[in-house]
Design a protein around this ligand. Structure first.
Ligand SMILES: Cc1cc2nc3c(=O)[nH]c(=O)nc-3n(C[C@H](O)[C@H](O)[C@H](O)COP(=O)(O)OP(=O)(O)OC[C@H]3O[C@@H](n4cnc5c(N)ncnc54)[C@H](O)[C@@H]3O)c2cc1C
Ligand code: FES
Ligand code: FES
Length: 469
């Protein structure tokens, strides 16, 4: 039986754990404010808030209910647009009405939920970040200007109140209904699923790949839920080695203050990955095992020479370099019944530089045409160590051994980059597909390769020189 709180209602259900939360909300509970649009995580019409207790602290985030299996909401608080309604319009609802941010209304519940969830963050008073919190919501008829104005107006109403937007404050100021104040205590009483680690049936973490690719199989199949397994979660640093649990989400990685200290551009890099709700759900392990040749986290951690810790169903563990993990198109060095437990890598130190670049057809909610990451050690304008990875240019997330080897020991100048590009073009094997022709992908990787150096050492390079030589 799955037990959780839906708005103000305690739910105990024997519906299949693989049933999409969206179907439970709309068809079992008859709450039709949450809309069914694309059912692929793209449109945000089904967005709900998910609250969960972490060290007794109740934290909310947005998720798409179409890709959330019921099993992933055990012990949590799910909030649909109905659960935000009061006898007055909330400030998020009011901003949308006053700025003309709705026409047919199909997308509006999703926008209201995203805005309300963002109101609970420390960035509630930041207009740019408030607008960015809507990156997972699509509107097909209003046009975005009025919705952006609504986001800005809502953010402005928080200005000067940073740090005060706690749950209790938001209840007191009419952003949230009063029942939110009792949710933490109610969640504490819901039983914990303290199952031992098993690897039966289909392993499911965030579900953002599986519920798109295999929704029928998931709806009825035997599932092992990994998303909330404590032993697979978290980010720890010891002796400059960072270990990230496989069930850690993309949002948790980009939100880590410790990682941000070593990767100053971490948040802007991760903004290029999907959208807020998908980053809140999709995990590191899911991204690697999905084995997409353009998986962003695969590329990111390949350039950091990361190593995986794997565990089989008898608890036997082994380690493997991420470079050896991807064997061929969607073929992995992962045995049946083996899971990724964690990934570890050495954090960049002084004189080390890291950069990530990605081009996709749309900025948000799109996987890359080509993506690439680089990790360089630079001393006195010489590259003493180089590691370059790229996606979309080979059947697997690709570590460019030859180009990396060439770069190591070279002077950091334009001649080096031009020569490296020739080696790189020889090393890759892109194919023409829906994301672009072979020639386009070759050109993209060249540009992104140059972009790494223009970002890392802008004082040394001029794009015009690189393109005209
Ligand atoms: C709208 C949308 C946009 C997206 N945009 C991007 C994007 O920009 N960039 C990008 O890289 N990806 C993107 N994705 C793909 C996806 O979100 C990511 O790959 C995500 O990280 C997958 O993680 P998950 O936890 O949801 O995986 P799941 O769907 O839960 O699982 C995926 C696979 O991994 C296996 N698995 C999960 N965890 C483990 C583990 N610990 N050990 C062994 N096997 C495991 C599962 O069995 C399954 O085979 C997008 C997806 C959607 C729906
Ligand atoms: S229905 Fe489109 S994101 Fe869920
Ligand atoms: S108001 Fe019609 S889709 Fe947004």
């Amino acid at each position: 039986m799955i037990e959780f709180i839906l708005n103000n209602k305690h739910i105990q259900t024997n519906e299949p754990p693989g049933m999409p939360l969206l179907d439970f909300i709309r068809y079992t509970m008859d709450l039709t404010g949450t809309k069914s649009g694309c059912r692929e995580g793209d449109c945000g019409a089904c967005t709900v808030m998910e609250g969960s207790l972490n060290n007794n602290e109740l934290k909310y985030k947005t998720i798409v209910s179409c890709l959330t299996p019921l099993g992933n909401v055990q012990g949590k608080h799910i909030v649909t647009v109905e659960g935000l309604n009061m006898n007055h319009l909330s400030p998020a609802q009011k901003a949308i009405v006053e700025q003309g941010g709705t026409q047919c209304g199909f997308c509006t519940p999703g926008f209201v939920v995203s805005l309300t969830s963002h109101s609970l963050t420390d960035d509630a008073g930041d207009p740019e970040k408030t607008r960015a919190a809507l990156d997972g919501n699509i509107c097909r008829c209003t046009g975005y200007k009025s919705i952006e104005r609504a986001a800005t107006a809502l953010a402005d109403s928080f200005s000067g109140r940073n740090g005060e937007n706690t749950l209790e404050q938001l209840v007191a100021t009419g952003h949230l209904p009063a029942y939110f104040n009792g949710i933490a205590e109610r969640l504490k009483k819901i039983r914990k699923l303290a199952e031992p680690m098993k690897t039966n049936g289909i392993l499911l973490a965030g579900g953002t790949d599986l519920l798109v690719q295999k929704s029928d199989e998931i709806a009825e199949g035997e599932l092992t839920f990994l998303q909330d397994k404590k032993e697979l979660k978290g980010i720890a640093v010891q002796d400059n080695i960072c270990t990230i649990g496989a069930a850690t989400t993309a949002a948790e990685i980009s939100g880590s203050a410790e990682l941000q200290a070593h990767f100053p551009a971490l948040q802007s890099h991760f903004k290029l990955i999907s959208s807020t709700p998908i980053r809140n759900m999709g995990t590191l392990g899911g991204n690697l095992v999905n084995a997409s040749p353009i998986g962003d986290l695969s590329i990111f951690f390949l350039a950091l020479d990361a190593e995986l810790k794997l565990q089989d169903n008898k608890g036997k563990q082994r380690r493997i370099s991420l470079k050896d993990f991807f064997l061929n198109y969607k073929k992995l060095a992962l045995k049946s019944r083996e899971i990724i437990e964690s990934l570890r890598f050495r954090l960049p130190e002084k004189d080390e530089y890291f950069n990530f670049e990605k081009v996709s057809k749309r900025q948000h909610l799109d996987i890359a045409s080509v993506n690439t990451a680089i990790h360089l050690h630079i001393e006195n304008d010489f590259i003493t160590k180089a590691a370059l990875a790229a996606g979309g240019v080979s059947p697997v997330p690709f570590f460019l051994v030859k180009t990396s080897k060439f770069l190591t020991g070279q002077r950091l100048d334009e001649a080096t980059l031009l020569q490296a590009n020739e080696i790189m073009q020889d090393e890759i094997s892109p194919i023409s597909d829906i994301r672009g022709s072979e020639a386009y992908k070759r050109l993209l990787l060249r540009q992104l390769f140059f972009a790494h150096f223009l970002t890392i050492k802008p004082e040394l390079f001029k794009l015009r020189n690189l393109l005209t030589k």
